[in-house]
Structure formats: C-alpha cells, structure tokens
Design a protein. Structure first.
Length: 432
C-alpha cells in the first residue's frame, strides 16, 4: 500500500500532534486503508484562526489568539471542547480535534471531532473580562458553528458558565433560543443532569471494566490519580465510594499527596472546596507531600493520568510501576512512551475510550435539547454505562481477535468506522 499523502502543514515537533498522527498512521497500515481515505483522515476539514480583542476592566485593549478546528464531519456534526490556557496553539487544537473524531467513533456516537481554544491565562482575567472574551470569541467563530454543524463544550479552564455565555451569544445572533448549540451548560439552560461528573464517571467505568476482564477485585485495588480537577476528582471519588478502591495518591498543579494506606477523600474534598483556587495546597492531613514526577512512578495497581498531555514519555515510562493505566487526560502518553509501556506488558485504556464519558453525556444533552425532553440522573448514568461498557467490549473483542494491545484495538475500531463513513458517503467518488 502506498504511504498516505501527508499535509506538510501538519508536520510538527508538537509531541501531542506527532503522537496522534503516528497512531493514525499505524491504524491505516494495519487496515491497509485506501491512501486517499487515509489522506482525508490525516488532515483537518476546517481551520479558523482569529484574533480576539476585548476591553479590559481598566479600559485598555487586550488581544488573544483563538482557534476552532473541525477535523471530520463524516459521521455527523463536529463536536469538541473549548479550552482557555496560555499554552494553546494550533497544533494542540489540531491534535485534540483528531482525537475527538476517534473518541466519538470509538463509542459509536454520531459526531465528528472538533476542538477550540484561546491562548490566555484565565486566572489573570476578571469574571467580566472572561465573559467579554467568551462572547467575542463566540461571535467571531459563529459562521462555522451550529447545532447540526459544530457544537462546542467545556474543556480545560472553561465550565458551564462559559457555555451559557457562548450559547446566549449565538442565540442572540440567530434571533432565537438555541440550547443545542453548546453542551455542558447549566441544567437550568438545557444542560444535562450528570454532565459535570460524566468524564470522571466514564474513567471509573473503564477502570472497573478492565479490572473485571483481568479478574481483579476493585476492593483490593490501589489507585493513583494525577490531576484532581473535574475528571480526577470524580474518577477518584466514584472508584472509592461506589467500588471500594483505595485511592493512595492524588495531585494537582499545587501539590501531590500520598498515603500508602489510603487517603481520606472526604477530608481532602472539604479542604479543596474551601481552599484558594480549589487546590490541594495547604492540606495538612496524614499524608506525604511528593512531586508529580514521583506520583507517576508510585507502587500501585492503577495509575490514572488525568491532568495534561505528555506526562508519560520515553524519560519515565520504564519507571512506571502500575500494571494498569487508564488515561483520563487527552494525550497523556507520548508515542515513544506508549511503546515502552506495551513492551513491559502494562495494560492501557487509551484516552479516546477512557475519557469518552464527557462526550457521551454531551451527546445525551444535545439529544435532550433537540427534543426539549430531559432525563433524570439515573437515566443519564444508566445510558452512560451502556455506551461505555459496549464500547469497551467491542474494542476488547478486536484486541482478542487480532492479537493487539488495547490502545491499538481502540484506534483500529474507531479509524475503521470513520473510514467506512467516508467511503459510504462517497466523499472520494468521481461525482464529488
């Protein structure tokens, strides 16, 4: 098979994008995919780059770089979060949009992938400035958005309030109330019950499904969680309270805390709820304070990297002591790091499956908004479990059938679904 045509604009030293493209290429080769379809999937459909000006509270004008990228609409409207972070750049957004395409395909929901972001440190802006930034950004990218075209959601440093502003701005432009334009909104504005916990609950479901496949007892399982934000918080607490796992370490940007006998999550949660920035810093319980680097290499059964990308690399993959890794963050493991984990026989549930709970419940929210008929929390949790467990079982079957590691199986299944959609729709037919 000929090598897929590569877009030079996508060749980059950004390790997250490089890892994503390498995983795509590996799946293309295994599937012996038509080179034209591979070329389509290796590139993005739409890229919008904007400069977002706002007036600060002190009257000065500030400008920020923003992006919205749609990777694929082959299987439905594009779907993906918007993050506010000083490290946001176009390569990161490209990689995240590609991963969203595969995430939606992997759990078989009718969306393609998109992503957006603004290069900003939101901690340096007031609430009023954040609202102006969000509304201005929404207005600038409005031409490529729509409830049946591209639906944003919260991501790093954005939340339900961000999505409320976003939805209101687009509704104002359209001239009518349009709740389906975003997901992750407040429940009172058409948001779904269970959306806040969804990604973390999905990570917990993926963890328990793998433990069951391996014949492990959750009540005898030690868990380390890197990142005690939304995803890590819910994953840790659901695993502990609903399944009896012992959480022995958690971390965030301010601190990492460890107790081999198990952490007192209730006390930690109370501290985080009242601490500045809702951080672990200053927690004075019965713990050892360690570094994030030390946390990743602790002796444990399960490691959940739920912070940021590129945490497990060629530099530390050979020091990982966990037998299971469940990726709560997007792209926490580099391509080279993953090869080392695979050689060592470490079981990995990849990000595009492990953290798909968020986009699954976003899909549920979108459906509810379109129908103006809303579900209770029990229904949301039941349907989330069905989607997550079915996606896990289908990927596990591919891994067994083809003798693949689990990451490769998940990517193979997702890429095949997207390729089939492209082929069936006739994107590359002579009549296109």
């Amino acid at each position: 098979m000929a090598t897929p045509t590569k877009d030079p604009s996508l060749e980059t030293t950004n390790s997250m994008l490089a890892t994503t493209l390498a995983l795509f290429d590996t799946a293309f080769e295994r599937l012996q995919l038509d080179e034209g379809i591979a070329a389509i999937m290796r590139q993005t459909e739409v890229e919008m780059s904007v400069t977002v000006p706002i007036t600060g509270d002190d009257g000065r004008i500030m400008t920020f770089k923003g992006y919205r990228i749609q990777h694929s609409s082959a299987r439905g409207p594009s779907k993906g979060g918007i993050r506010y972070h000083p490290d946001v750049d176009i390569d990161e957004v490209r990689a995240l949009a590609m991963l969203m395409t595969l995430k939606c395909a992997g759990v078989n929901i009718p969306f393609g992938g998109a992503k957006g972001g603004i290069c900003v440190n939101p901690a340096q802006l007031s609430q009023h400035e954040l609202e102006r930034l969000t509304r201005r950004f929404a207005k600038m990218i409005a031409p490529i958005l729509g409830g049946k075209r591209d639906i944003p959601a919260p991501d790093m440093n954005t939340n339900e309030q961000t999505m409320a502003w976003f939805m209101d701005e687009i509704s104002s432009i359209q001239g009518y109330y349009s709740p389906e334009i975003t997901t992750g909104k407040p429940v009172i504005l058409g948001g779904s019950e269970g959306r806040t916990e969804a990604t973390g609950r999905g990570v917990a479901i993926a963890t328990i499904e793998l433990l069951r496949k391996l014949g492990r007892d959750p009540k005898e399982t030690r868990v380390v969680v890197q990142g005690y934000g939304n995803v890590g918080y819910y994953a840790a607490n659901i695993l502990a309270t609903e399944h009896g796992c012992t959480i022995i370490a958690v971390s965030d940007v301010s601190d990492a805390i460890y107790n081999p006998r198990g952490l007192d999550l209730a006390a930690i949660n109370a501290h985080v709820a009242h601490s500045p920035g809702h951080l672990l810093k200053g927690y004075a319980g019965d713990v050892d304070h360690i570094t994030n680097a030390e946390l990743l290499t602790l002796e444990t059964d399960v490691l959940i990297p739920a912070a940021i990308e590129n945490q497990i690399t060629v530099k530390n993959a050979d020091q990982i002591k966990a037998g299971i890794i469940v990726e709560g963050a997007n792209g926490p493991t580099t391509f080279e790091g993953d090869a080392i984990l695979r050689e060592r026989g470490i079981h990995v549930v990849p990000d595009i499956l492990a953290n798909a709970g968020g986009v699954i419940v976003s899909y549920f929210e979108w459906v509810q908004d379109l129908q103006f008929y809303f579900w209770d929390i029990d229904e949301v949790r039941t349907q989330l479990y069905k989607k997550m467990s079915r996606g896990f079982e289908q990927a596990w079957a591919v891994a067994i059938e083809r003798g693949l590691d689990f990451r490769s199986a998940v990517y193979l299944l997702a890429v095949q679904r997207v390729a089939d959609a492209i082929q069936k729709r006739g994107f590359v037919s002579s009549g296109s």
